[in-house]
Design a protein around this ligand. Sequence first.
Ligand SMILES: [Zn+2]
Length: 225
Amino acid sequence: MTVLFEGEDMAAVRHAAMGLAKKLNCEEESACGLCLSCRTFESGNHPDIFFVKGTKAVGIGVEDAREQIALPITTKPFKYRYKIFIIEGNITPQAQNALLKTIEEPAPYGVFLFLAKNTFGFLPTILSRCIVKKIRGSEFVIARELAEKIADSVKNADIPKAFGLYKEVESLSKEELNEFLDALYVIYGKRRNFDAVDAITKTKQIISQNGNLQLAIELMLYKMA
Ligand SMILES: [Zn+2]
């Protein structure tokens, strides 16, 4: 599988690509944040997820493409389902040509995630083999998506997953956290679950008073469930 994540906000692009990489190798297939795969990924030591970096001023050159992608993909993953390459930065046309065969006839365990502001720098031959995902907007998209994910897990009675997502909530900035709670407020308002709406309002108060975030969110999740 080859995916090109494209968007002006590189932080959001990175977040989306890392989320997919994490999910693909997650033992729960959900980017749970709790399994060994997710935890090793978060600590930056995942044996089957690689960050491809250019070593030349031009970015990722032919040698980089060969040494960091085309060659390592010929061996199976060390431990997990997929061998994933997260490829960010300018890739020379020569390097793209060197990757054509790898992408055209991918190993069944091969996943290539390209990260870019736009598609201009890519050869049509590469683009035609990519699933292009447009990542729009800002960090607030992440907060809103997280709210939806949590509300969905609660709805499907998948409480461990909802709690597992807590780690992602923890990584939000204060503004994002507010956006996240506002999104939850709207979702639960629509569901007419007023106990949850109450709990969300209380959580907002606790956070504005710099109270214990973890406790507030856990309580809120219990009320939502
Ligand atoms: Zn996991």
